[in-house]
Every structure is written in structure tokens, then in C-alpha cells.
Design a protein around this ligand. Structure first.
Ligand SMILES: CC(C)(COP(=O)(O)OP(=O)(O)OC[C@H]1O[C@@H](n2cnc3c(N)ncnc32)[C@H](O)[C@@H]1OP(=O)(O)O)[C@@H](O)C(=O)NCCC(=O)NCCS
Length: 138
């Protein structure tokens, strides 16, 4: 397995959009410049996104091909997005157990944009959706 990470481009978007639908991820305002993709050779095996709001940056849309899960690809994507992101990064997720070991903590107080996102997706998410934050070490 030889994995590479790169910025997404327009031709990646149909596959990303299809998987976002299949994995029930955030479909709002999908712009290629917000995404990174992980490839194994020519094959896209995963993707993720940093979505900027006026008051916050959200890490999201982390998806890995079914047959390539539990191989560390999701962690690779999250770590790279953290590296690229600002000092505080937010997520809205129904998988807190996945993101906690990656350094995210449940937050009671979230920026307005993240609060609105939680409200918009409450009925759409597969389970209870929570806001979490990651603070880069200083
Ligand atoms: C969630 C997802 C991105 C994980 O990707 P992955 O490549 O399988 O994750 P990794 O292999 O990097 O896993 C890292 C660790 O998390 C654990 N883990 C994987 N999936 C998990 C889950 N659903 N819940 C809790 N822990 C999980 C792994 O066992 C691993 O632990 P380890 O380091 O102790 O072995 C992938 O299952 C997926 O695409 N799911 C559908 C989309 C989705 O729900 N995305 C998250 C919301 S943004």
C-alpha cells in the first residue's frame, strides 16, 4: 500500500459527492478546494474536508472506501486536515468514539455556525450528533 495525499480537484468531485451521499455525510456547499483526497496508486480510497465559516473551521466529510477501512486511512486524513487547519478545529459528528482518540473533545459551548449546523443536521444524522473541538498544542 503506497498512499499519497493531495488537494482535491474538480474531476474528483463526482466520486466524492457519490460517497458523501452513500456515507450520509455533510452535502452542503461542496467545493473541491476544501477537500483532500488519499490515493493508493490511481484509486481514491478516502477524502476529507476543512470547511470554513466566518467564526470557525470545521473538519468533516471524512470518508474511506468500505473495503479500505481499519487500515489507518481515516486517521491519516484527520491528521493531515489538523496539520493544515487553524489552532482550533471543530467537528460535528455522530461518531465521538472515533474522534476522541484522535484528540477531539466534546464541547458544551460551540461557535454560532457550529450550533446552527448541529441544529440543521439533528434529524438527518444517523445518531446523536455532537460538537467537538481540537486545540493544537501551543
Ligand atoms: C469513520 C471512518 C472515516 C474511519 O476510517 P478508517 O480508515 O476505518 O479509520 P482508521 O483506520 O484510521 O481508524 C483509526 C482508529 O479508529 C478506530 N475506529 C475506526 N472506525 C471506528 C468507528 N466507527 N468508531 C470508533 N472507532 C473506530 C479504529 O479501530 C482505529 O483504532 P486503532 O488505532 O486503535 O486501531 C470510516 O469508517 C468511514 O468512512 N465511515 C463512513 C463515513 C463517516 O461516518 N465519517 C465520519 C463522520 S465525519
Amino acid at each position: 500500500m503506497s498512499l499519497t495525499i493531495r488537494n482535491a480537484t474538480n474531476p474528483d468531485m463526482p466520486a466524492i459527492v457519490r460517497m458523501i451521499g452513500e456515507f450520509h455525510l455533510d452535502y452542503e456547499n461542496l467545493q473541491p478546494e476544501q477537500f483532500i483526497v488519499v490515493e493508493d496508486g490511481e484509486l481514491m480510497v478516502g477524502f476529507g474536508r476543512l470547511k470554513p465559516y466566518p467564526d470557525a473551521t470545521e473538519l468533516g466529510c471524512v470518508g474511506v472506501l468500505h473495503e479500505r477501512r481499519k487500515q489507518g486511512i481515516g486517521k491519516l486524513i484527520v491528521d493531515e486536515l489538523i496539520r493544515r487547519g487553524p489552532s482550533t478545529i471543530w467537528i460535528t459528528t455522530d461518531l465521538p468514539d472515533y474522534f476522541r482518540p484522535l484528540g477531539f473533545k466534546e464541547a458544551n459551548h460551540v461557535p454560532g455556525s457550529i450550533r446552527k449546523k448541529l441544529d440543521r443536521f439533528r434529524d438527518f444524522a444517523r445518531g446523536k450528533i455532537v460538537g467537538m473541538r481540537y486545540d493544537k498544542p501551543v
